[in-house]
Design a protein around this ligand. Structure first.
Ligand SMILES: N[C@@H](CCC(=O)N[C@@H](CS)C(=O)NCC(=O)O)C(=O)O
Length: 275
């Protein structure tokens, strides 16, 4: 349950993270209700030993140097990975939730009484969003982290089968649930915009590109890219995504880049067109 009170929450996020991205997108699309209620705090680096940390500017709630320490403060009993997104209640200084899909749904439900709010969760949308999260968002990490080349090929085949299915569907309709934007669109979009530059190129899921092989997915991605948010800044979803920062972060990530055979100390490759 989210309380619509100014400055009440802090959302810890990473610009690069597609899971945190879906929560940020809901916040932006319902910004007239949520922008002043949830402040964002971005992690600025990730190391193999410490995980996500905040370099330079101190983290505002606990003055913690790392996300791990925020977790320790906000939930001393927490066991698990120290992941983004993480929502913390500033008043109680306690963790609210760190599951992106639950957070996104909870934010949508909090704002849906307002008649001007987008209906991001029509019937069936939650199930489709969860399915996409499992078969698309997570698939690229299953590919990256699986050491077995045969298993990697299986993951790639299944992922492309998903893309083929949605390519077909989006040839017939503008959005996954029909004619209007909903949560599954946001989930799929967060992977699509990262696909060519990060997942294909940096994670090594080579062979197909959104730009060249999936015209309907590309059109869909462009439509959402240009979608205005309700933020006071007037930013579009595409501008907010900050693709150059996403590409750079993955490239320099001490965890991911060497696994994919990249040299994180060299400059990231030039950005390929996505849309
Ligand atoms: N179940 C989480 C997963 C989020 C997740 O895996 N986030 C990644 C970044 S994209 C993370 O924080 N990784 C850090 C780690 O595993 O230590 C969710 O959907 O919210």
């Amino acid at each position: 349950m989210i309380i619509l009170e100014q400055g009440r929450y802090l959302l810890y996020a990473a610009m690069s993270c597609p899971f945190a991205h879906r929560v940020r997108m809901v916040r932006l699309l319902q910004a007239d209700q949520l922008e002043d209620v949830i402040d964002l705090n971005f992690v600025t680096g990730q190391s193999a030993e410490e995980g996500f940390h905040f370099s330079g500017v101190p983290e505002p709630l606990f003055q913690a140097p790392s996300l791990k320490q925020v977790y320790h403060q906000a939930n001393p009993d927490y066991v698990g990975r120290f992941t983004v997104p993480l929502l913390v209640d500033r008043t109680t200084r306690k963790m609210v939730d760190n599951e992106s899909m639950d957070l996104a749904i909870s934010l949508i439900k909090t704002t849906q009484d307002d008649k001007s709010a987008l209906d991001l969760l029509p019937e069936g949308a939650e199930a489709l969003a969860r399915d996409l999260s499992d078969k698309v968002t997570t698939a690229v990490y299953k590919y990256l982290f699986n050491p077995d080349p045969t298993a990697k090929q299986e993951v790639k085949k299944d992922l492309w089968a998903q893309f083929d299915h949605y390519e077909d569907l989006l040839g017939k309709q503008d959005h996954l649930m029909g004619s209007t934007l909903s949560l599954p669109d946001l989930v799929l979009w967060a992977t699509l915009i990262r696909y060519d530059n990060v997942y294909a190129r940096q994670f090594g899921i080579e062979g197909k590109s959104l730009h060249k092989d999936y015209p309907n997915l590309k059109r869909f991605a462009r439509r959402i890219w240009n979608m205005p948010s309700k933020s006071k800044s007037g930013i579009t979803l595409g501008e907010d995504a900050n693709l150059p920062e996403i590409i750079r972060t993955y490239w320099q990530s001490g965890n991911l880049a060497p696994k994919a055979g990249n040299d994180p100390t060299s400059p990231p490759p030039e950005t390929l067109p996505v849309l």
